[in-house]
Ligand binder design. Structure first.
Ligand SMILES: Nc1ncnc2c1ncn2[C@@H]1O[C@H](COP(=O)(O)OP(=O)(O)O)[C@@H](O)[C@H]1O
Ligand code: SF4
Ligand SMILES: [Mg+2]
Length: 353
């Protein structure tokens, strides 16, 4: 919950982080003809024990952010500070030490687990890289403990991934992520490939493990509804940028950015009467290419509120001018990258239509 943040320093501080992949032409003489701006200057903090949800359509740069945090990609610019130290500049032993504390859980438990390795070898593999965590003679017991922690029968230790269901395989991936007792888990769409009925079970397990081990989560998803329950705060991404960030209440009940409002208008509401009277915002056109993003506001080619100013002036992710005199405890008081940020009546009563 947000209270967790009040008395603590961030465990991770991300500032102006960018990753531009060069676009090249020619075979013998490669020349750079442009760049895919996968991540284009994003900043956020992650606090101990908190879950920060990151949501956005496919291709908006979520996985690239995850890889930058894990130091699996080097940023074009910007910094990632873990407990105050910029980890993007680390290498060798110092990098290895930090990596132990930041682990990843991947989207697809089918391809991220080696089919020829037993579950015991998969979950215990991080101990090969960090033998100091579990001495050889103790590993089998440690792996069985981890299987138990994620709700799998410890006797399955010699089985292979194909002998498990999708949900069970994701539990194996989570057990592996926990092996080194990390402080941070970056989960890149951990339930997107699972059946809807299994998604909630895996999310619940992750919440339970968070409390048990005091973990901080970055929970990435392409759907706002999946992260709502687990997230303390949510950041919404569009074309390499965070466009709005705030607490669960701020984002889901009082969104002020047109893109967040459009995404939320597509989430079904359980109450049929409310559902009936709701106005859906249908976004026209496709997401532009990150190799050639629109000038000014990246969202302007699909925004129904766009004006001349939006093409020339890029909106910063900050408290919008409109809400400058609101109090911090008011839910509209949160960063939103829009020149014309405003609350929108999410539900239109049928009588007034
Ligand atoms: N290694 C790479 N080289 C070139 N372009 C890449 C690379 N990785 C990702 N991209 C591009 O960067 C953009 C963001 O990708 P990604 O971070 O995977 O988005 P998401 O996870 O939100 O779907 C996409 O346009 C993708 O094609
Ligand atoms: S800045 Fe302009 S184009 Fe961008 S979201 Fe706001 S109104 Fe739409
Ligand atoms: Mg992805």
């Amino acid at each position: 919950m947000p209270e967790r943040r009040e008395n603590s320093e961030p465990i991770l501080e991300v500032r102006d982080l960018a990753k531009h992949f060069p676009l090249t032409q020619g075979i013998l003489f490669k020349r750079q003809i442009g760049a895919v701006k996968a991540v284009d200057g994003i900043s956020f903090d992650l606090y101990p024990g908190e879950t920060l949800g990151i949501v956005g359509e496919s291709g908006c740069g979520k996985s690239t952010v995850a890889k930058l945090l894990m130091n699996l990609e080097r940023p074009t610019s910007g910094t990632v500070r873990y407990k105050g130290e910029d980890i993007t500049k680390l290498s060798g032993r110092a990098l290895k030490a930090v990596r132990r504390n930041i682990q990843m859980v991947f989207q697809d438990p089918y391809t991220s687990l080696n089919p020829r390795m037993t579950v015991g070898d998969i979950v215990g593999e991080p101990f090969d890289i960090h033998p100091e965590v579990a001495p050889k003679g103790d590993r089998r017991r440690r792996v069985q403990e981890l299987l138990d922690v994620v709700g799998l029968n410890p006797e399955y230790i010699n089985r292979y991934p194909h002998q498990f269901s999708g949900g069970q395989r994701q539990r194996i991936g989570i057990a592996r992520g926990l092996a080194l007792r990390p402080e941070i888990i970056v989960a890149d769409e951990p339930v997107s490939a699972l059946d809807v009925s299994v998604q909630a079970q895996v999310v619940n397990l992750m919440e339970q493990l968070q409390d048990e081990f005091g973990l901080s989560y970055m929970f990435i998803a392409h759907d706002l509804s999946i992260v709502r329950h687990i997230s303390d705060r949510v950041g919404v991404m569009y074309l390499g940028k965070i466009v709005e960030i705030g607490t669960e209440t701020e984002i889901y009940e009082h969104p002020t950015h047109p893109y967040t409002q459009a995404l939320l208008s597509a989430v079904p509401v359980p109450d049929p009467e409310t559902e009936d009277g709701r106005e859906r915002i249908v976004l026209e056109g496709d997401v532009p290419s990150p190799a050639d993003p629109p000038s000014g506001c990246h969202f302007r080619t699909r925004c129904w509120k766009a004006q001349q100013r939006c093409a020339v002036e890029e909106p910063a992710l900050a408290l919008p001018e409109n809400f400058a005199d609101t109090l911090p405890e008011q839910p509209v008081h949160h960063p939103s990258a829009c020149h014309f940020a405003a609350e929108r009546t999410a539900v239109i009563p049928p009588s007034s239509r």
